[in-house]
Write a protein that binds this ligand. Structure first.
Ligand code: PAF
Length: 275
């Protein structure tokens, strides 16, 4: 595996691998890797000749300065974990990616305006800015994203549609801790107690599948979350799995999903469930 820090070298090797007829898989990450990321990298490794993994804490997708500052940065350990699963790790500086502050303003439409888009103004614009650059530099045949950030996948697909980026976007299932908590780099910031309590997010979402109507689901999830003193609910939305707009019936042809964001102490965790 080669660690690349410049865009010039990244583009150079990507062009050469393509010209040699290799299929390229790309896994964009912000580092602090866990089993969830590794599942994406393994899948990319299985489905492509060459794998690029990027590790870059993208400042322009953080709408909260403290969140950006506290985001774990563990490059050495990340590289160890990736081992031979990736051929290239792109780990640039902020100045390398953004020689000038990016000024692109996207309109990703309705998939980007709800839930995380509404709660974190500018977040998806920042995701679009970095993912577009990475995919244009590497030009991967396939790019891999985890379904914990389900809405992000919809936004990335829309960005690719708008910008005519032809990489296939491959959604990959959520990987969970043994206690059910969705794996996230943010889990490292939980205390041992908070980590155990946070398992209730998934437990409550799973239990809500027994409810018969959308109204019952919403009431059940909100009241169960409210019973746990360590939790502060940001939102719980029931949405059409394709459009991400509020669902009005469980019999929706695209399927209905529940999207939740909960603060556990200062740590903001997201998860989702398909009904
Ligand atoms: O999901 C993430 O870790 C980030 O949003 C991504 C896609 C790597 C862009 O910075």
């Amino acid at each position: 595996m080669e660690i690349i820090t410049t865009v010039e070298r990244l583009q150079d090797v990507a062009v050469r691998e393509r010209a040699a007829g290799k299929t390229i898989g790309m896994v964009p990450t912000m580092g602090a890797l866990h089993e969830g990321h590794l599942s994406l990298i393994r899948r990319a490794h299985e489905e492509n000749d060459i794998v690029f993994c990027s590790i870059f804490v993208n400042p322009v997708q953080f709408n909260n300065a403290e969140d950006l500052q506290k985001y774990p940065r563990t490059l050495e350990a990340d590289v160890q974990l990736i081992g031979d699963l990736a051929d290239y790790v792109f780990a640039p500086s902020v100045e390398e990616v953004f020689p000038v502050a990016p000024s692109e303003v996207y309109d990703f439409g309705s998939v980007a305006n709800v839930m995380e888009g509404a709660a974190r103004p500018g977040h998806f614009n920042g995701v679009g800015v970095i993912v577009r650059r990475l995919l244009e530099w590497v030009r991967p045949h396939k790019s891999y994203f985890g379904e914990k950030d389900y809405q992000q996948i919809a936004v990335v697909k829309e960005m690719c549609r708008q910008c005519r980026i032809l990489s296939e976007i491959v959604p990959c299932p959520i990987v969970r801790e043994p206690n059910g908590l969705a794996m996230s780099s943010r889990n490292r910031r939980l205390s041992v107690h908070e980590f155990e309590v946070a398992a209730n997010i998934h437990r409550i979402l799973e239990a809500s599948k027994a409810c018969a109507t959308l109204q019952e689901i919403k009431q059940f999830v909100e009241s169960e979350i409210d019973k746990i003193p360590e939790f502060q609910l940001d939102y719980f939305e029931l949405a059409d799995a394709a459009t991400l707009q509020t669902a009005d019936t469980l019999d929706n042809p695209h399927g209905v999903m529940g999207f939740i964001t909960v603060y556990v102490g200062p740590v903001r965790l997201i998860d989702n469930v398909r009904y």
